[in-house]
Structure formats: structure tokens, C-alpha cells
Design a binder for this molecule. Structure first.
Ligand code: PLP
Length: 395
């Protein structure tokens, strides 16, 4: 079943190892985040923060999350009743969907989708209603969102900055979502894990729009901002009735998680804004570095306003099957990427699209760019056809 079994990340990672390829398939950095954050984690372990933390997260972290929302977005949340710490954004998403959806309820999502959405919705017995964002610009089609909504719509699940397209929704698109949510009296879950990793346009949290604070469940995570995806410290900000429902579900998923890492993320959230700006500009430079290499290789590169990912259309190289292209790429030039079709229910619009991650060290990207130059001279591509795979790993 699509969404919790059909990604090919593991196959591609295995191919990367077998062929000694550079792995630009999976979306995690190859360096540690800010040293203060790493040191705070070590200190927290040594200071004995190794037992179950409080159910909603340590007070210092809930306060730091509330401060962060106020400092960056002017959003005021009460750390005791409106903030919950979770095992990454992944747990926050599944706990929210399980808490709010009954069997047969419908959840409208933006497709391509991060792969845990379909699984979370299926676990709740709910039905996913995808609205496709079409490249190369991936603008939101508001009429398509309206058409996907029905009397059974319980949630709109919006991801911006968006994985895998790199799209950052603008105020006009967000206002249209807000108007629909208010008109139909629907709750919106926003996945904002890449909130600080935007390059051309600032991220706007939906909860800042008029009338949206109390109908938006805002989810984020430390993993992407502080390059600590393995720590799995995420959070939810929402009005008390919504937060209570999510917290009630969360307690039976993991109960609590990551005690020492919660302390470390306090240190991360306390970093001055200039440090976050440096993280953003470094990543933007890497986007540009890889983008240059992809363009030079003759690939049609879609715009990317945020996240870790660039999308290319391999049709510009005369290829029509991105999965076959990705399977052949390690052997051809020693590079791994993933076909974007794994993020779609119906891969029709994405059959020739490929996602490359640029959250890697500059020398690694330099070498990737060097290998990409060989693309036009590396011999005929494989024409093997796609089939399905039953393995999931983070993406
Ligand atoms: C859009 C999106 N949401 C959620 C997650 C998961 O975040 P976490 O690792 O905090 O669970 C990811 C990770 O890749 C993601 O890309």
C-alpha cells in the first residue's frame, strides 16, 4: 500500500554503498549542527538528565518553543497548556491525525507528500484526499483544494516549506487556505519542519493569519534547523483543547522521549537569530552549488525556495522513467538520487522527476557536480521499468 511501504530509499542507499556512490537520496546532513547544541546534549547526559522527562516535555523546552514562536512570528503560546514536545515531527503528525480523525474522515494533503502522511491517515482509518502541486512552480491550486473538500473533511494537512518540491507557500496561497478552513470549519495541521531553511521568501506560519491561531495545529522539529535529525525532538503548538487531544494520544505512542536532547534543543532555540541566518545562507549556497552542477549537466532544474531538496526533470536528457534513471545513475556516474514518483499516489505528473538532496558538505557537492559532468558521456541509460518496493527509511 502506498505511503508506508513503497519508497525506494533503502534500495538506493544500498546501491550507494555497493557502488561507492555519493548519496544525495536521503534528506539528512552529513555534518553535526551548532557545537553549543552538541555540547549541551553531552552536558545533559553527564548531568544525569537520563530518565523519563515530563509527559509534555521539560518546562525549559516548552518555554523555549513558546519564546521561539513569539520571537520569530509574534505568536503567543502558553508553554504549559499550548506546547507539547514529541518524538520528532513524525510523532506529532501521527498523534494529531489519530487524535482528531475517526474512521471515514477525510484529510486533504498537498501532493507530493512526505511519506508518513499516508500512513498516519491510514492508521486512523481516515481517507487521504491529495491535491497535486504541479511543477515547475508548484503553486497551490485553491480550486483544487476546494474540490477535494467534502462534509467529511476533518483536517487540512499543509506542508510548507514543502518536501520534496522546495516550494514555500506565499501569503496569498496561505490566505486562501485560511479562508477555506474558516468557511468549512476545518482544523489545519501545518508541518513546518523546514521553517528556517528558506532562501528566497520568508516562511509564514499559517497560525499568524487572522482567525487561524485557534484552528491551526503547528508542528515543527529541531532536526532540520540544527542538523540533528537523529535526535527526534519535535513539537506541537495549538490551543488547549486541540493540544490536550494530541497529548492524550502521544502518551500512548511514546509517552516521552529524548530527555537529554530536550535540554540540548533549549540551547539551540536560544541561539541568536544571526546563527540561524548563517545556517540558512550556508544551505542556500549549497543549493546553488548543486543547482549549478545539475544545470551544467543539461538537466531542467525546478525552482527551490526552501528545504534540503532540488527537483529536476530528466526528460531534458531524453529520459522518461525517473525510477529507471535513478537505478542506473550509481553505475553510470556514482551518484544516488530518488525518483519523485514515490511521493505521489498517482505518479503520472512525476514520472520523469528526480529529487536530489543538497544538505551535504561543499566538497561532497563539488565531487557530485564533477560526476554530474560525466552524465552526457557516460553511455546509454538503463531502460528497466519501474516496480514497487516495500521498505521505508527517513526521507
Ligand atoms: C516534511 C517533513 N515532515 C516531517 C519530517 C519528519 O521530521 P522528524 O524527523 O522531526 O520526525 C520530515 C523529515 O524528512 C519532513 O521532510
Amino acid at each position: 500500500m502506498r505511503g508506508f511501504g513503497t519508497t525506494i530509499f533503502s534500495e538506493m542507499s544500498a546501491l550507494a554503498v555497493q557502488t561507492g556512490s555519493i548519496n544525495l537520496g536521503q534528506g539528512f546532513p552529513d555534518t553535526d549542527g551548532p557545537p553549543e547544541v552538541i555540547e549541551a546534549a553531552v552536558r545533559a547526559i553527564k548531568d544525569g538528565h537520563n530518565q523519563y522527562p515530563p509527559g509534555r516535555g521539560i518546562p525549559a523546552l516548552r518555554q523555549a518553543i513558546a519564546d521561539h514562536q513569539q520571537r520569530y512570528y509574534g505568536l503567543v503560546y502558553d508553554p504549559d497548556s499550548e506546547v507539547l514536545v514529541t518524538a520528532g515531527a513524525t510523532e506529532a503528525i501521527v498523534a494529531t491525525v489519530l487524535a482528531l480523525c475517526e474512521t471515514g474522515d477525510e484529510v486533504v494533503v498537498l501532493e507530493p507528500t512526505y511519506d508518513s502522511y499516508a500512513a498516519s491517515i491510514a492508521l486512523a482509518g481516515a481517507v487521504m484526499r491529495p491535491v497535486t502541486l504541479h511543477g515547475p512552480d508548484y503553486r497551490l491550486d485553491v480550486d483544487a483544494v476546494r474540490a477535494a473538500m467534502s462534509p467529511r473533511t476533518r483536517l487540512l494537512l499543509i506542508n510548507s516549506p514543502h518536501n520534496p518540491t522546495g516550494r514555500v507557500l506565499d501569503r496569498q496561497e496561505l490566505s486562501a487556505i485560511a479562508a477555506l478552513a474558516i468557511e468549512r470549519d476545518v482544523i489545519v495541521l501545518t508541518d513546518e519542519v523546514y521553517e528556517h531553511l528558506t532562501f528566497d521568501r520568508a516562511h509564514i506560519p499559517l497560525a499568524t493569519l487572522p482567525g487561524m491561531r485557534d484552528r491551526t495545529i503547528t508542528i515543527s522539529s529541531a532536526g532540520k534547523t540544527f542538523s540533528c535529525t537523529g535526535w527526534k525532538i519535535g513539537w506541537v503548538c495549538a490551543s488547549p483543547p486541540l493540544l490536550d487531544a494530541v497529548a492524550a494520544t502521544k502518551q500512548f505512542l511514546t509517552y516521552v522521549n529524548g530527555a537529554p536532547f530536550q535540554h540540548a534543543v533549549v540551547a539551540g532555540l536560544a541561539l541568536p537569530e544571526s546563527r540561524i541566518e548563517t545556517i540558512r545562507t550556508n544551505l542556500r549556497d549549497r543549493r546553488d552549488q548543486l543547482r549549478g552542477g545539475l544545470l551544467a549537466a543539461g538537466l531542467d532544474v525546478h525552482p527551490c525556495e526552501g528545504t534540503y531538496f532540488l527537483t529536476v526533470d530528466v526528460a531534458s536528457l531524453g529520459e522518461s522513467d525517473a525510477l529507471a534513471f535513478c537505478r542506473a545513475l550509481p553505475g553510470r556516474i556514482g551518484l544516488v538520487a530518488v525518483p519523485s514518483s514515490v511521493f505521489y499516489v498517482d505518479p503520472g505528473p512525476a514520472r520523469s522527476l528526480v529529487r536530489f538532496a543538497f544538505c551535504k558538505r561543499p566538497p561532497v557537492l563539488d565531487e557530485a557536480v564533477r560526476r554530474l559532468r560525466k552524465l552526457s558521456t557516460a553511455g546509454a541509460p538503463s531502460r528497466t521499468r519501474s516496480d514497487t518496493h516495500e521498505v521505508r527509511s527517513p526521507g
